[in-house]
Design a protein around this ligand. Structure first.
Ligand code: NDP
Length: 313
């Protein structure tokens, strides 16, 4: 393997965790290099209003907030680059990370902040019609279905939030819930159930999304009665949770059965000395911008202490 560059601190991923790690690592003079990954800015770039991030007293749009994070990291001196980490070799120091399947970078310390991505149902029509009426982001794509009927599957806070968002644009939102209860918080459930144009279907599975070139209808099945039904729709939204973006670290980094990276409690340390994890890739409980940012700070401080103790800084 040919190493094209050696860096001190390499950060993989550009959500609140990665950018915060970059801010702290820059201020500690670790000269961090950050690769932004497939979705620069992470999941917040596909949300709208963020009202619970302290400091933005009037709220902020998710994409704008991530631009602020990026600018702050750059102002502190972080080297922010486009590029995707495609492979790693953590067998020995310095650790190696392949970028865009074309070059290898060596690093004394690595911070993994690759986040999580939307889950899909896994039915054939969902893939075939993806981008042609099927979407995993109401906030990104809801606009295209103004004054039309749409459906959404899921029953967590994300599904509730997205159903409410769609209800303001679309004539009717059909919401399919696989059990007889919603997982979403009580306040969100109440908002959904009180929205006049959200129609909730309990104990309901999506059998198939119908349409030749684009979505025209959906066939659902009541999993108690086995009764099927076709509903005419133009858009189908999937909001059934997320999975951590940790595939490239399998075999190196310890993870739970769902692929969330395991960190030593109260730290960002992984099973490999000098490799740290922050944000949603290691957090299936809180998953908030502010907790991700906090854990990014922890990872930079842990990296700084590690490099100092090793005499590398
Ligand atoms: P969750 O994991 O909380 O919910 C996923 C939902 O999708 C569940 O209702 C689940 O059903 C359903 N589901 C999963 N797989 C399928 C499937 N194959 N078919 C049909 N339904 C399926 O994910 P969320 O993204 O909603 O939320 C993640 C975290 O983020 C949560 O902690 C949430 O509270 C938080 N959040 C908070 C917000 C806020 O406070 N404003 C906004 C958005 C998220 P089942 O219940 O049967 O398992």
């Amino acid at each position: 393997m040919e190493i094209s560059e050696k860096v001190h601190c390499l950060i993989i991923g550009s959500g609140p965790a990665g950018y915060t790690a970059a801010i702290y690592a820059s201020r500690a003079n670790l000269k961090p290099v950050l690769y932004q990954g497939i979705q620069p800015g992470g999941q917040l770039t596909i949300t709208t209003e963020v009202e619970n991030y302290p400091g933005y007293k009037d709220g902020v749009q998710g994409p704008d907030m991530m631009v602020d994070f990026e600018h702050q990291a750059k102002r502190m001196g972080a080297d922010i680059r486009y590029g995707i980490a495609t492979k790693v070799d953590f067998s020995e120091q310095p650790y190696k990370v392949e970028i865009d399947e074309e070059k290898w970078i060596a690093a004394d310390a690595v911070i993994i902040s690759t986040g999580a991505s939307a889950k899909w149902l896994g039915i054939e029509s969902e893939q075939r019609l993806n981008g042609f009426g099927v979407s995993a982001c109401a906030v990104c794509d809801g606009f295209f279905f103004r004054n039309k009927e749409v459906a959404i599957v899921g029953a967590g806070d994300t599904a509730a939030e997205e159903a409410l968002y769609l209800s303001k644009l679309c004539t009717t939102v059909h919401m399919f819930i696989r059990r007889d209860a919603m997982r979403a918080s009580k306040v969100m459930q109440e908002r959904v159930l009180n929205a006049p144009n959200i129609k909730v279907y309990w104990n309901t599975d999506t059998d198939e999304i119908l349409g030749d070139k684009h979505v025209t209808a959906v066939r659902i099945k009541n999993n108690k009665t086995n009764e099927t039904q076709e509903i005419t729709i133009s858009g189908f939204f999937v909001a059934i949770g997320h999975q951590p973006n940790s595939d490239i670290f399998k075999g190196w980094i310890d993870m739970d059965e769902a692929g969330y990276i395991l960190t030593q409690p109260g730290t960002s340390k992984t099973n490999i000395e000098g490799v740290f994890a922050a944000g949603d890739v290691q957090d299936k409980y809180y998953r908030q911008a502010v907790t991700a940012a906090g854990s990014g700070c922890m990872a930079a401080l842990d990296a700084e202490r590690y490099l100092g103790a090793k005499g590398l800084h």
